[in-house]
Design a binder for this molecule. Structure first.
Ligand SMILES: *Cc1c(COP(=O)(O)O)cnc(C)c1O
Length: 442
């Protein structure tokens, strides 16, 4: 049952003792480090120096224009608009759609806090719903149950290696006249039935923060096919100014409802710099290959670990034609590991592999970084609103179970090495399985 290569790792006597108990780790990261993240090369070096010497460090510069053009092409959308990060992308997406006071936005309870925090920052109400335990993405049935006459939008998050069921979500959205903002912070280049993440809903939101699999340290972009939304988004990231760069992309003269004075909509400065855009142009060239590598390694690794009792890989929906990974994640069942708690399993895996092994995000109904009641001056619009944004009022049993008992997550860089690296990961899990009783009562 066990893969031959995996069992070889575990054959030698000095491999029997778990690393967390002083045994030899499966991977010696001093002599055999994991692939590094981020990845860069001469291209970035040259591009950064070019930007430096050009003196054009920001404001609709050539690198930003080039990246927007390439990223729109890459995502199969008509427009891409860069901004400072993947949080304000969500905020300006909501603003561009006219979502605010009195509106409800349905989001998954398992996501980075920004997905919810931005809804509150535009004075709307986040409605937290549960996820599916096989993909960790928003449950379409839960969306249906949460719809009220005030619902305006859904923000599905394509989490870790999973993809939200966009067929079901777009169908619900159509039936109820709702907007869909895809939070693609984990899904640059992922495809659903041949369509890229960020091209299926009305607006796609991307983050280029350091941990993400296309990065400039910080940064973000929104994508859309709708020229009116594109102009609003463009203005929103540029102090409300007339959206010249979007018009340059579309070649038209602008169709937005801005006035003669050139100003268009109230906003602030959310612009990206040329240095970031230069790095993104280079990074985007590598992304398809990197995604293909992570996809192949992820599929191979899932094939190995699904043979270990108590380990359940994320389900790959057959409609996912290209995987993109932010994390490599799987579920753990302590019943199969002699009742070893998942936190102990994660520590043991960390010791074997020499890399951080995390739980999934904290569910948003009990999340240390999603605490809207700490900011009454901003968020206490009324008593009713104050109650409505209380995260604790939402019940999220699947999110809670994944976080507390089952989730195991590793950074996507673990999928950027060789097949031998995947064998090692599987061997490490198998080693803990074989020795689980050694870790009890400690
Ligand atoms: C990273 C992330 C964001 C926010 O992006 P930043 O660039 O860090 O602001 C939003 N949503 C999800 C799901 C994320 O992982």
């Amino acid at each position: 049952m066990m893969n031959k290569v995996v069992s070889q790792y575990l054959k030698t006597d000095n491999m029997k003792k778990l690393a967390i108990q002083g045994g030899r780790p499966i991977r010696n990261v001093k002599t055999n480090p994991w692939p590094q993240w981020p990845v860069w090369g001469k291209g970035e070096e040259k591009a950064l120096i070019d930007v430096l010497n050009s003196g054009v460090w920001s404001y609709n510069g050539p690198k930003e224009t080039e990246f927007n053009k390439e990223f729109a092409k890459f995502t199969g959308t008509a427009y891409s608009i860069c901004t400072v990060n993947g949080t304000v992308t969500l905020q300006i997406a909501l603003e561009a759609l006219g979502i605010g006071i009195g509106d409800e936005v349905i989001i998954p309870g398992l996501t980075w806090q920004a997905t919810a925090a931005t809804v509150i920052d535009v004075n709307a109400t986040p409605i937290l719903v549960d996820v599916l335990d096989d993909t960790w993405c928003i449950d379409p049935e839960a969306i249906k149950r949460a719809i009220t006459p005030n619902t305006k939008a859904i923000i599905p998050v394509h989490l870790y290696g999973g993809f939200a069921d966009m067929d079901a979500i777009m169908e619900i959205a159509k039936a109820h006249n709702l907007y869909v903002i895809e939070d693609c912070a984990h899904k640059h280049g992922g495809e659903w039935k041949g369509k890229k993440a960020g091209s299926i809903g009305h607006i796609g939101s991307f983050s280029f923060q350091l941990s993400k699999h296309l990065t400039a340290g910080e940064g973000g972009a929104v994508t859309t096919d709708d020229p009116i939304l594109a102009e609003r988004l463009d203005a929103l990231r540029n102090c409300g100014r007339r959206p010249e760069s979007t018009m340059a992309q579309s070649g038209d003269k602008g169709i937005g409802d801005y006035g003669d004075d050139g100003n268009f909509i109230q906003s602030g400065n959310l612009r990206i710099t040329e240095f970031q855009a230069a790095i993104l142009v280079e990074g985007l060239k590598r992304l398809p290959q990197q995604n293909a590598l992570r996809d192949a390694n992820g599929a191979y690794l899932n094939g190995l670990i699904k043979e270990i009792p108590g380990i359940t890989p994320l389900r790959r929906d057959p409609r996912e034609t290209q995987k993109a990974y932010f994390n490599f994640a799987f579920r753990y069942d302590r019943d199969q590991f002699k009742d070893l708690p998942v936190s102990r399993f994660r520590s043991a895996l960390e010791a074997e592999l020499g890399i951080v092994v995390d739980a999934c995000y904290e569910p948003l109904n009990n999340c240390s970084l999603y605490v809207p009641h700490t900011k009454p001056a901003r968020h206490k619009l009324s008593e009713a609103y104050w109650d409505a944004i209380d995260p604790k009022r939402f019940s999220l049993p699947v999110c809670e179970r994944l976080f507390a008992d089952e989730s195991v997550c590793l950074h996507h860089k673990v999928l950027m090495g060789s097949q031998a690296d995947m064998d090692m990961m599987a061997a490490a899990i198998q080693k803990i399985y074989d020795n689980a009783e050694e870790l009890l009562d400690q």
